[in-house]
Write a protein that binds this ligand. Structure first.
Ligand SMILES: C[S@@+](CC[C@H](N)C(=O)[O-])C[C@H]1O[C@@H](n2cnc3c(N)ncnc32)[C@H](O)[C@@H]1O
Length: 188
């Protein structure tokens, strides 16, 4: 069970524009996101990924940004306002055990969980909640930092996602960064 949560001061570093030089959000997410989609950024912090996601889905789309810490979400809103992206962004504060997404049932085209699974207390129930929110054919991208999460730890995350019902499409990480793409394929 994880008990470390990314402090707010690190949130400022994670949102730094310099990060784009080695982790470009558009390059990373453009294979999965199209105009008009409903997408989720869980563990969004101050929106390093959420704001480019809002640009990618455009005014007809929606980015649901979820974080445990209200201060992260407040800062995300201020950043979105500056960039005139508030129309496509809805941010929610969750609790450690509940993502507060029951209303999204089978509605998300894409979910990003970047550097968050290692911070959640129960990865299996966290992933099960995300499974419920993804629509049939929708995708989940899990990224974890290699420095914090061992290969063995990431394999446990993959197993937990598959146990929830996700099909794994890709497991293509590097030493610095684990990366796994899943799809929800429900059989009727
Ligand atoms: C290391 S930061 C990653 C932020 C962002 N995804 C990025 O890559 O820049 C992890 C974030 O997940 C949030 N978090 C931790 N536990 C969470 C949980 N159980 N549910 C939702 N968010 C959580 C933290 O508050 C923090 O903002």
């Amino acid at each position: 069970m994880a008990d470390h949560v990314c402090p707010v001061w690190v949130g400022y570093l994670l949102a730094s524009p310099l990060r784009k030089l080695f982790d470009n959000p558009v390059k990373r997410l453009s294979p999965y996101i199209r105009k008009g989609m409903t997408v989720v950024d869980v563990g969004c912090a101050m929106g390093f990924f959420s704001l480019p996601m809002a640009e990618m889905v455009g005014p007809q789309g929606k980015v649901i940004c979820i974080d445990l810490q209200e201060k992260m979400v407040q800062k995300l809103y201020r950043r979105a306002k500056k960039k005139k992206l508030l129309g496509s962004i809805e941010a929610r504060v969750c609790t450690r055990d509940n993502l507060n997404i029951d209303d999204l049932e089978n509605s998300a085209d894409f979910v990003l969980a970047a550097a968050v699974v290692h911070e959640v207390p129960h990865a299996a129930s966290f992933l099960a909640e995300l499974y419920g929110a993804v629509k049939n054919g929708g995708k989940l991208l899990v990224i974890e930092p290699g420095g914090h999460v061992s290969e063995h730890g990431f394999k446990a995350t993959i197993d937990a996602a598959v146990n929830c019902g996700f099909t794994i499409l890709e497991n293509s990480g590097t030493r610095r960064r684990h990366h796994a793409l899943f799809q929800k394929i429900s059989v009727k």
